[in-house]
Design a protein around this ligand. Structure first.
Ligand SMILES: NC(=O)c1ccc[n+]([C@@H]2O[C@H](COP(=O)([O-])OP(=O)(O)OC[C@H]3O[C@@H](n4cnc5c(N)ncnc54)[C@H](OP(=O)(O)O)[C@@H]3O)[C@@H](O)[C@H]2O)c1
Length: 343
């Protein structure tokens, strides 16, 4: 400090002045960096499905930026194992792994109950996702598993969190498959009455595979309908704080565990396809998608938007249908057995 004062006494000397200015600039830069580190550490981020694929990379990216991360996973041992093998996590301190099974209401409730009320919950990344093919599977609460996990599970989680915390960012990880007119060979999304979505029956005119594909695509369409509706309701409430609610399409990532129930041949085909797609810039990896999700969520000041490739784009007409949104909202509340922002 003495040195600095001495140099200031000589401020007429041009060279000295530049030197002092440089030192001050460096100090101010370090202070700024230190301030951002502290600020980010005080912001807690939830990432669901944080032990694999996009969720794992999103968590890593948040930790690199010094945020505090609660990695919500359905199996702690399995999660810890994948985190440990993900070498760079070892040096990170400010994360905790907590158990959350989105297919089980009790698990969701006890997850939220277990969060200290003093925690500054800043962001919720609704990332976990599930798809399977063939024989229908159910959640612990008896719902079809894809709809029950991807959509209903996140809905209950978000409601319970918003009742207790002032979240600033909610991100739903979407997929282009929500668009009934998308051109992929995947079965398109079909909006149906809530009971048909939650408790579907086998359709003899279709295959189980096609029906399961439809469940996945429709769960993502419901997520969008819901995100827009939630945004409208929160706006209407005129709360003292702002929550930015957006949906982001992470892009195609062929090598995550999402296709884990696919047969060996299909996975081999996906890896090959991934290789070719990456060369032509069509496919993403979870690392780059994780980075984009964090970068985008940090930067956005919009709410109620759907993002693709970093830009807000219109989603299909169905996703803006207010009548469907009300039916979905009310039906979902009946299923989870609690109301949220009922006006
Ligand atoms: N891969 C793509 O091409 C693609 C494209 C667009 C959008 N997305 C979306 O990106 C998100 C991440 O998927 P990913 O590709 O990274 O797949 P992933 O590697 O399979 O990761 C999915 C994560 O969700 C978790 N999960 C599944 N069921 C759960 C439950 N009941 N409770 C809590 N967590 C649960 C999984 O946990 P376990 O490991 O315990 O099963 C896993 O951690 C999903 O929402 C997916 O729909 C993916």
């Amino acid at each position: 400090m003495k040195k600095l004062t001495a140099k200031f006494d000589n401020s007429t000397d041009d060279l000295n002045f530049q030197l002092q200015f440089g030192i001050l600039e460096n100090i101010s830069h370090s202070l700024k960096v230190e301030f951002t580190v502290i600020k980010n550490k005080m912001k807690t981020n939830f990432v669901t499905g944080a032990n694999s694929g996009l969720g794992l990379w999103t968590s890593k990216c948040l930790l690199d930026l010094n945020y505090t991360v609660i990695m919500a996973c359905r199996n702690i041992e399995k999660a810890q194992k994948s985190i440990d093998s993900f070498l760079k996590f070892k040096i990170k301190k400010n994360y905790v792994v907590k158990i959350l099974d989105l297919g089980n209401f009790d698990s969701i409730r006890s997850f939220v109950k277990g969060i200290s009320k003093h925690e500054n919950i800043w962001r919720l990344n609704c990332n976990a996702g599930l798809s399977y093919t063939e024989t229908f599977r159910n959640t612990k609460n008896g719902m079809e598993k894809i709809f029950g996990t991807n959509y209903i599970g996140h809905l209950l989680l978000k409601n319970l969190l918003l009742e207790r915390f002032k979240l600033k960012r909610i991100v739903f990880i979407a997929s282009s498959l929500h668009d009934p007119k998308n051109k992929s060979p995947f079965a398109p999304a079909v909006f149906r009455e809530i009971n048909e979505l939650a408790y579907p029956k086998e359709n003899p005119d279709s295959t189980l595979k096609k029906q399961c594909e439809e469940f996945y695509a429709t769960s993502k369409l419901c997520m969008l309908l819901f995100a827009y509706k939630l945004n409208r309701r929160l706006k209407h409430k005129n709360l003292s704080y702002k929550t930015f609610i957006n949906a982001i399409n992470s892009g195609l990532m062929l090598t995550t565990n999402l296709g884990r129930t696919h047969k060996f041949g299909e996975n081999l085909y996906r890896s090959l396809l991934d290789f070719i797609f990456k060369i032509i810039g069509f496919s993403n990896n979870p690392k780059s998608s994780g980075r984009s999700v964090v970068k985008l969520t940090n930067a956005v000041t919009t709410s109620g938007k759907y993002y693709e490739k970093g830009r807000p784009v219109p989603s299909p007409i169905d996703s803006y249908d207010r009548v469907k949104a009300i039916r979905l909202w009310e039906g979902s509340e009946a299923i989870i057995g609690s109301k949220f922002l009922s006006k």
